[in-house]
Write a protein that binds this ligand. Structure first.
Ligand SMILES: NC(=O)c1ccc[n+]([C@@H]2O[C@H](COP(=O)([O-])OP(=O)(O)OC[C@H]3O[C@@H](n4cnc5c(N)ncnc54)[C@H](OP(=O)(O)O)[C@@H]3O)[C@@H](O)[C@H]2O)c1
Length: 212
């Protein structure tokens, strides 16, 4: 595949980048600070730009046909709104709608799901009361994705960890009550799932919970 990653310098983004390159895919990393990437590879193109500047994103998306666009930008604070990342997603969607880009694979958060309360006390009471702004941002971004004209997948993981890849994770489009579920996911496992979605239509135009 030929893919673009927005957020390639982040913890999930860098796992996705390394996995994609190791599997032989061609990757464009759209970053604000290329020195942070710390990797060079014959199949890696680095594009420097600002996510809230539409022209920067439009220029990159116009360059060539891509199979999947990954949106793994993450807010710096759990408590404040981050309107730049909302603008960034608007820009990505608008530029994709005008281009020949394939599907948008956006990483959200399961806490933003309307039925997240089914997942227990943490998701029913703690997160909604403490991370109100973060949830509001995720819901706004999820709505941008689901209301777009694109082919998309909304990936909604629980808390992310720096654990190793082991391939032991489950995914489902419906939230079920399951007290035995761990509700955490390593970024390495998430990267594996994300990459597989690039050429799998199972969850096209759906939200999907992924957890260990
Ligand atoms: N953390 C969790 O437990 C958790 C749980 C569920 C879902 N998620 C979601 O999973 C995704 C990835 O999370 P993560 O924790 O792996 O991400 P992360 O390590 O915090 O990385 C965030 C990425 O976003 C970029 N970014 C942030 N603000 C930016 C801005 N204003 N302009 C340009 N780039 C900006 C960062 O770029 P720089 O490197 O240049 O700063 C970095 O590449 C996010 O969507 C997050 O909401 C996270």
């Amino acid at each position: 595949m030929n893919i673009i990653i927005f957020g390639a310098t982040g913890r999930t983004g860098s796992e996705l980048l390394r996995r994609a390159l190791s599997e032989g895919h061609t990757v464009t990393a759209f970053v604000r600070n290329p020195t942070k990437l710390g990797i060079s590879h014959p199949n890696l193109k680095v594009e420097q730009g600002e996510v809230n500047r539409y022209i920067d994103i439009d220029t990159v998306l116009k360059k060539e046909k891509v199979d999947a666009v990954y949106s793994v930008l993450g807010a710096k604070s759990m408590f404040k709104r981050d309107m730049i990342l909302i603008d960034a997603l608007k820009n990505i969607i608008q530029a994709m709608e005008k281009s020949d880009a394939g599907k948008l694979i956006h990483v959200s958060f399961i806490g933003a799901h309307r039925e997240a309360g089914k997942l227990g006390f943490l998701y029913k009471y703690v997160i909604p009361n403490i991370m109100t702004n973060l949830l509001r941002d995720h819901r706004d971004k999820d709505a941008l994705v689901t209301q777009s004209k694109l082919n998309w997948i909304l990936v909604q993981p629980p808390v992310l960890t720096m654990g190793d890849y082991n391939g032991k994770y489950v995914h489902e489009a419906e939230i079920h009550q399951d007290p035995s579920r761990k509700l955490k996911l390593s970024r390495a496992n998430l990267a594996d799932f994300l990459l597989k979605q690039g050429n799998d239509s199972t969850y096209d135009r759906k939200a999907v919970l992924v957890t260990e």
